[in-house]
Design a protein around this ligand. Structure first.
Ligand code: NAP
Ligand code: F7E
Length: 323
């Protein structure tokens, strides 16, 4: 029988990869989108005619109830959030509404309309923040360092709480940074790959960045959406860390990205205090051994291959514009 999945945040990086993965598995895929004066469907355009879109907003409880009533999903993937960390200092309460309370609204709607569905919450390694141990696993205490991360901790615990209180199949995936050519342009990896392509094409002469020392465990988004699906196929609901187990600095990313096109990053990258954060997360590295053991999940793309993939995609984008 055809299974139905509802994805909130389908227009985002992960939503688009997850929709593709579920379509391959013959799911009926329904995406929840918020109303905008101009459609923002670039990432889902290639398979737009194979999915259904319904309007709803994490801020509006009844819109969520209506979306669930119309969809009657077997699986719900809550990927929608205000996901850019710096913006969360400028809009802390709105971030709390979307990224934190929005999770409760969706869980309550599910409890009312489809309590037998399975629910995935997009939790984040940012919750570890000022890390208490290295590497971080499912039992590492949280110390969030931004309003975004604080909201994600709330979203994480409300998911655990609804599982324990109401016996919902609700799980939280604690995903470390994952990137791709579909990453938003403001995140550091895409900012670098886009900057390298611009410089290579003669469209820019420098790239201004913030903290070059911070380290992240970066993987490929296409690999990470598989882990989301696997979590909802388990006999019992539980939470998982998803990561590569390798950490690199922003400087490392620059070095590989620039050298891939034959340039020396030191000639082009400038540090700019505008991109420094009021409180930084210095070093993240995940231990995904539980996911390897129980889900059979493995990343397939190395850090170096990821950097090259992103630079090549941006170079091609600029090349196409020229042709
Ligand atoms: P993204 O590209 O920023 O996508 C976010 C999505 O949320 C977009 O589709 C956006 O819609 C939607 N959205 C925002 N506010 C909404 C609202 N009020 N109502 C309905 N939809 C709303 O994020 P991503 O990188 O794909 O990440 C997906 C999820 O995983 C997010 O929750 C993020 O916080 C979390 N996460 C990401 C990473 C990572 O490294 N990528 C790691 C851990 C966790 P619009 O197109 O209308 O803006
Ligand atoms: O920053 C440093 C910055 O914005 C990474 C989101 O998907 O992953 C993402 O959050 C690091 C930080 O991602 C610039 O200070 C230096 O230390 O790419 P980012 P993030 O903050 O790690 C987690 C897991 C999520 O859950 C989030 O939703 O790079 N950095 N210079 C810079 N960062 C940016 N954005 N721009 C710079 O110029």
């Amino acid at each position: 029988m055809t299974r139905t999945a509802l994805i909130t945040g389908i227009t985002g990086q992960d939503g688009s990869y997850l929709a593709e993965w579920l379509l391959e598995k013959n799911y009926r895929v329904v995406g929840m989108v918020r109303r905008a004066s101009t459609e923002n469907f670039e990432r889902i355009q290639p398979f737009r005619d194979r999915i259904e879109l319904l309007q709803g907003d994490l801020l509006d409880q009844w819109s969520l109830v209506r979306v669930l009533e119309k969809t009657q999903p077997d699986e719900i993937y809550n990927l929608a959030a205000m996901s850019f960390v710096p913006t969360s200092w400028d809009q802390p309460t709105l971030t709390g509404e979307f990224t934190g309370l929005g999770v409760t609204r969706l869980l309550d709607a599910m409890r009312l309309v489809c309590p037998k569905a399975r629910f995935y919450q997009a939790s984040s390694s940012e919750m570890f923040g000022k890390v208490r141990e290295t590497p971080q696993n499912e039992n590492t205490p949280f110390h969030p360092r931004s309003p975004y991360a604080v909201a994600k901790v709330y979203g994480h615990y409300i998911t655990v709480n609804y599982r324990e209180s109401y016996h919902l199949f609700a799980v939280s995936g604690i995903l470390f940074n994952h990137e791709s050519p579909r990453r938003g342009l403001e995140f550091v990896t895409r900012k670098i790959s886009d900057g390298v392509a611009r410089i290579k094409q003669g469209l820019a002469s420098e790239l201004r960045l913030g903290n070059l020392d911070s380290c992240r465990d970066w993987g490929f988004a296409g690999d990470y959406v598989r882990a989301m699906w696997l979590m909802l196929q388990q006999p019992q609901p539980s939470d998982f860390v998803i990561a590569t187990g390798q950490s690199h600095s922003v400087r490392d990313f620059c070095e590989i990205a620039f050298s891939h096109v034959g340039l020396d990053w030191r000639k082009f990258v400038r540090q700019d205090p505008r991109f420094m954060r009021p409180a930084e997360v210095d070093h993240l590295i995940g231990d995904a051994s539980r996911a390897r053991r129980l889900l059979g999940w493995e990343p397939t793309i190395s850090f170096e291959a990821l950097v090259r993939m992103m630079v090549d995609a941006d170079l091609e984008r600029f090349q196409k514009r020229k042709d």
